[in-house]
Design a protein around this ligand. Structure first.
Ligand code: 5GP
Length: 210
């Protein structure tokens, strides 16, 4: 049996990657699954252990690191986050595509360890659109919006490490493009340098202290 694809989906906060991933998992439930991460951060309201994350203590997490049970792990804003290796390997062996929705540092570790992994970066068509979407969802304060846009500016520097940059214009089109990549039917060279250059440039206005 052909092994399932290991696909990493990242994107700026507000890019809509969560919506795209959820829709993809809904639409192609038989072929794709999502890896559930382990984290040491506390659950937010409504989050459930084993569904959104596996919530563990720092000691438990460190024990898992010692036992080499993570495919990758990273520290993000004072908390650990990691991808359990066993689940991913079992699903892939069964021919199921596994999606990791993780931040950039983790994505780069995955690529180093699993060169066959496909890294997909989801972005809105422009920095202005990103700002509009962040404001539109109305869940962050002005200060948080500014922080997230500044973070996006930092992250933009690493986007060129991704195999595919996918523009999230309309959700359905984006989902099908991502699905094509995961199935390996889209051409691999879609790392759109011109787009990266333009968005990186546009995001500079949000950089802190400038
Ligand atoms: P949050 O605390 O908002 O749920 O997640 C914070 C960040 O950690 C997000 O960018 C999320 O994609 C990332 N993240 C979630 N799980 C993992 C993981 O297993 N590994 C890594 N490297 N990042 C993760």
């Amino acid at each position: 049996m052909k092994k399932g694809t290991l696909a990493v989906i990242s994107g700026f906060s507000g890019a809509g990657k969560g919506t795209v991933t959820r829709r993809l998992l809904d639409k192609y439930a038989d072929e794709c699954c999502l890896s559930i991460s382990v984290t040491t951060r506390s659950p937010r309201e409504g989050e459930k252990d084993g569904i959104h994350y596996f919530f563990r203590t720092k000691e438990q997490f460190e024990q898992m690191i010692k036992e080499d049970r993570f495919l990758e792990h990273a520290c993000y804003v004072d908390n650990y986050y990691g991808t359990p290796r066993e689940f991913v390997e079992e699903k892939r062996k069964a021919g199921i595509h596994v999606i990791l929705e993780i931040e950039i540092q983790g994505a780069l570790q995955v690529k180093k360890r699993y060169p066959e992994a496909v890294l997909i970066f989801v972005t809105p068509p422009s920095a202005r659109e990103l700002e509009k979407r962040l404001r539109g969802r109305g869940t962050e304060s002005e200060e948080e919006i500014a922080d997230r846009l500044a973070k996006a500016c930092e992250e933009a520097r690493d986007i060129s490490s991704y195999d595919h940059i996918v523009i999230n214009d309309t959700v359905e089109e984006c989902v099908d493009r991502v699905y094509g990549i995961i199935r390996g039917v889209s051409d691999r060279v879609a790392n759109n340098e011109e787009l990266i250059r333009r968005i990186t440039e546009e995001l500079r206005v949000f950089k802190k202290g400038e």
